[in-house]
Write a protein that binds this ligand. Sequence first.
Ligand code: ADP
Ligand code: MG
Length: 300
Amino acid sequence: MESIGDVLKKIVDSKYLNQDQAQMREVALQDPHVQEFLSKNQVDQATLERSIDNLILYVQQLNSKSNQRVMAGYQPRLFLNGNVIDVTYTPTQQKQKDDEKAAAARRIELIDLPPKLRHVELEEVDQDPERMKALAEIAHFLAEFDTNKHARGLYLDGNFGVGKTYLLAALANSIARKGTKVIFLHVPSFIASLSSHFEDNSLNDEIDRIASAPVVIFDDIGAETLSEWSRDDVLGVILQKRMDNELPTFFSSNLNLKMLSEHFAQVKNGNNSLKAERLMERVTFLSKEVTVRGENRRHH
Ligand code: ADP
Ligand code: MG
């Protein structure tokens, strides 16, 4: 098999076939990066002569834009390889950043939410006074999460359009960048689609998966249409397990906690306030309430 270096050399050689060899040699030897390398390494004349082709290749690659290099996103670097100066390739900072970003996005599992939510960055969120409280709580969680994988989550409530989902997307991204997987789930759609799991008996697996995920974000809780069953045997079971295992759990809601309690109690067919209360205990155990204020950003 040909080495990457050999392949690169062929490509560069064919590209520069018509250029004056002597001139290319001069340009390579005058290059400040090459000069610096030669000043830092003991290179005898024979080694230098043996390495001219590599130096020409190096300078040519160095002076190409990152995305026009033979290996896009990689930076050429010289090193002494026995009795010849050779070229190796290391990822550029931009490439490393892009790789980290892509890896983080892969750790976020979206259930019934738009893919763009994978790419919201905490640094991009406006720090206007109205969301500082929520941002501070998010920052506090992230700092604690570094040493405590059982840190308590948040319950972001506030009016429609103030940016609750957006903030939680930024949080998901930051957690994913730390290497932890996050499930980000739109509660109303999830509850509405439960029946799709009946045919293949996959519901218990799905409940277990969500119940045991390292971090789960429940978006728009309180906007779902619940039955007694979906409240107690789906939502209730998931939250109970997360509580038992103290797994970080976040919520966004247009309802404050009191309104959420009423929403849970309004399920058809009676015997509700006690069950609603039990569910509320789990929500409040798992998360701290923070109200997000501000304008409705959906009009912009
Ligand atoms: P909520 O979940 O509170 O109803 P969203 O998070 O969906 O609100 O935000 C409403 C709209 O405003 C979305 O389109 C979102 O992308 C946008 N948005 C929210 N916060 C910001 C922000 N800080 N910068 C830019 N766009 C934002
Ligand atoms: Mg929302």
